[in-house]
Design a binder for this molecule. Structure first.
Ligand code: TC6
Length: 719
């Protein structure tokens, strides 16, 4: 709702009240309509100020209303009524003015912002466009190129940038409402015609057709199949070429297509899923709201390889003091240089001073004696990590949280090497750790809720999408990746090429297909793991039996490439060829195609035609099937956790919502049917055997994804 007061005798002050972000729900819209009417009809009121309670102007339309029958007054006539008012209306912007919130402010005649405020039109990230006039008003106000940048990326700008662009008229460091009231008094009685943005012509853009063609090409490329950015460009083009009323009509048509699209549903699901994972819970019943995190003022990182360096930067950027330990002197000096350079680059980008003094370097593990939390990032070797954990237990003050950045080792086994296993959790970062959004916080059966709460809070401070997951081989992300990669290898054996598989996955929306990704991260990484698992054998054997290991189908293709020294980009050869070692442009490699031919001949395999649909079904449904196993095992608390992991850490296209959301969209019965089909064809592949949870969900009528939690609980209680 909206509250109305008269202040300074002749200013009508309208305050939006809808915690936490004053979203424009039906009640708020009704409140604005009523209070604006009241202010305009009061002869004592000379001007009007609109603000939001609790230091936030408005977070935009109420996203929760989108899935329902929308009632209440519509936004557009409400904004038009404000713009055509005969008394000046000033928006007092504190906190955020986003989406419909900024469109409301654009309908006002003036905008005053607090210096810490953020403004933007982020609808594109929800699969929409700014369809309460934003796509038509912003280009008229700040010009086509700047408006396109904001609308197609959805980025939030600071008050300073908003002032520079001309979105706001004044920025204040003081009380924004007071400043806006003062401003409103000063402009009372002035002509409002020049302040009505909808009446402005759009600033001329030279060579309009060529300009939009180029923009559209760039946007299409970065959108990777998302439709909203394209519609945003089309809407801004309408602003640049049509009179306002016709532009509004075009905006409405484009929005109508987006509003009911699967992509909008997926993106809005991601918005809520990212918030839901913060409300973590453990199978023991421990939860986010009953577990208090310990304060962390000082942290340490052990091991300054690639991961340790990135983690040090991520910690230092949150303002923590960090002890960075590396026992090898040469490594330590190199790490210091690299970390300082990363901190400087990051600080320059954010326009702040680099936190160089926040990091103390040491060769001695004793230096971590008084820290609150340690993140161990030494080489992935259980004996080495065990030794480090034993040393840390002896050195650290009582109560220090011990975290391991392992990506594959058993967190519980490491915990058992310490006298206080309840203080041990995994913090699985993704490379580069200061850039990648995802953090898996891995709890073992003995990790305390307080330890999980502390790691989750630290993750949030570092700006990560932190997801609490149980302890198992590969945790959630890598465990699901394994069947996905194995299916890709099997497809090569059966007749596909790396190019075909990658193209299918990239057209689906992944930034890189599985083979280009493998070349980037290095084929030797998986080779080392498979060797450790006793799967790698000399490549001389032939026939079907040579492709069965430990009772299941196995493809040695990756091992054979490694034996040839083809480790990917770093050696200039992998699944593709590169101009030189370290170069990034993948080119098709005739050697690989003849190698695949010879391999098939050696093993009596006959290549067949494989289409994109089969690539997608086999790779993605195998990955999704593992996701159902993970839910059934209680390793992830819900489908949102899996989806956030995949969208923020594994390149799953956000506009497809994550693997579990995708399965829900495709239809659980269809996913089950295709898995059964492929399982019949490949009985020696256990990961194609449909998970019992998937079968049970289908048998119980395929409930929608937001009801899976209840269904899983019910299905478990029936066992
Ligand atoms: C014709 C239509 C044209 C217009 C279209 C639009 O405007 S589209 C909209 C365009 N606007 C946007 O895209 C802005 C979306 N919002 C944001 O970017 C951020 O929330 C923020 C920057 C406003 C505040 O960040 P922060 O870190 O301080 O807080 P937080 O993020 O943790 O959120 C706190 C709680 O508020 C909830 N909630 C938030 N916004 C909305 C909403 N609009 N609605 C409903 N709920 C919303 C959020 O779910 C969470 O609930 P929970 O989990 O506690 O139950």
């Amino acid at each position: 709702m909206a509250e109305y007061n008269r202040v300074s005798e002749c200013v009508g002050l309208i305050t939006l009240r809808n915690p936490p972000v004053n979203a424009l729900s039906a009640a708020v819209r009704q409140g604005i309509v009523d209070t604006v009417q009241r202010a305009l009809s009061d002869p004592n009121v000379k001007s009007v100020v609109i603000c939001g309670q609790n230091g936030i102007f408005c977070g935009g339309a109420d996203i929760k209303e989108f899935g329902s029958n929308m009632t209440g007054p519509p936004l557009i006539p409400m904004i038009h009524a404000i713009e055509s008012a005969n008394k000046p209306v000033v928006a007092a912007i504190e906190g955020s003015a986003l989406g419909g919130g900024l469109e409301l402010a654009l309908g006002c005649h003036y905008r005053i912002a607090h210096s810490k405020a953020r403004l933007g039109l982020p609808e594109v990230s929800l699969g929409l466009l700014p369809a309460a006039g934003g796509s038509q008003l912003l280009p008229r106000l700040i010009g086509v190129p700047a408006a396109l940048n904001l609308i197609t990326t959805g980025r939030h700008v600071t008050a300073a940038e908003a002032l520079q662009l001309g979105i706001v008229d004044q920025v204040t460091d003081h009380n924004t409402v007071d400043a806006a009231v003062k401003f409103a008094l000063s402009v009372a009685g002035r002509s409002l015609d020049p302040r009505r943005i909808s009446t402005h012509p759009c600033p001329q853009q030279p060579d309009l057709d060529a300009f939009f063609e180029e923009v559209m090409q760039k946007v299409r490329q970065s959108a990777r199949g998302a439709i909203a950015p394209i519609a945003c460009v089309q809407a801004v083009r309408a602003a640049a070429t049509l009179p306002y009323a016709q532009g509004m009509e075009r905006e409405r048509e484009l929005m109508a297509t987006l509003f009911t699209s699967g992509q909008a549903r997926a993106l809005q699901y991601c918005f809520f899923a990212e918030r839901a994972v913060g409300r973590w819970r453990m199978p023991s019943g421990a939860r986010w709201d009953t577990s208090k995190p310990r304060p962390v003022h000082k942290a340490a990182v052990i091991g300054l390889g690639t991961m340790g360096r990135g983690i040090t930067v991520a910690l230092a950027q949150t303002g923590l003091s960090v002890i960075a330990v590396e026992t090898q002197e040469k490594q330590l000096m190199e790490a210091k240089q690299a970390i300082s350079a990363m901190l400087e680059r990051g600080a320059k980008r954010r326009g702040v001073a680099p936190a160089l003094d926040g990091v103390i370097y040491s060769q001695n593990i004793q230096a971590v004696a008084d820290v609150d939390l340690v993140i161990e990032a030494v080489f992935e070797d259980i004996a080495l990590k065990t030794k480090v954990f034993q040393q840390l237990s002896a050195v650290c003050k009582p109560g220090t949280l011990l975290c391991t950045n392992t990506s594959a080792l058993d967190v519980d086994q490491l915990a058992s090497e310490t006298p206080n296993p309840e203080l041990v959790v995994g913090m699985h970062f993704f490379a580069p750790a200061h850039v990648m959004k995802l953090l898996e916080v891995v709890y073992g059966p003995r990790s305390s809720p307080q330890a999980v709460a502390t790691a989750m809070q630290l993750g949030k401070k570092m700006g990560k999408a932190s997801v609490a997951v149980g302890n198992c081989r590969g945790f959630v992300g890598n465990r699901m990746l394994k069947p996905y990669i194995e299916e890709a290898f099997f497809l090569l054996e059966e007749g596909a090429t790396p190019e075909l598989v990658d193209q299918a996955l990239e057209e689906f929306g992944f930034p890189m297909g599985v083979f280009r990704m493998s070349d980037l991260s290095g084929l030797d990484v998986g080779w080392r793991v498979r060797k450790g698992d006793g799967l790698v054998e000399p490549g001389t054997a032939s026939g079907r039996s040579a492709r069965i290991r430990q009772g299941r189908r196995y493809s040695p293709l990756g091992d054979l490439l490694c034996e040839e020294g083809r480790f990917g980009q770093k050696t200039g050869r992998g699944w593709y060829q590169y101009d030189k070692p370290g170069s990034r442009v993948a080119r098709s490699d005739p050697w690989l195609h003849s190698f695949l031919g010879a391999y098939r001949a050696q093993h009596g395999l006959v290549a067949r035609r494989i289409d994109h649909q089969e690539v997608l079904e086999r790779c993605l449904y195998a990955l999704i099937n593992e996701g159902f196993h993970i839910l059934d095992d209680g390793i992830a608390a819900g489908p949102e956790d899996i989806d956030v992991i995949y969208v923020s850490g594994y390149g799953w296209p956000r506009h497809r919502g994550g693997p579990m959301f995708y399965a829900n969209m495709v239809g659980l019965a269809k996913v089950l049917e295709r898995l059964e089909h492929y399982q019949q064809l490949h009985p020696e592949v256990p990961h194609l055997q449909p998970s019992s949870l998937l079968r049970r969900l289908v048998a119980s009528g395929s409930p929608p994804i937001h009801k899976w939690g209840e269904a899983i609980k019910k299905l478990h209680s029936q066992l």
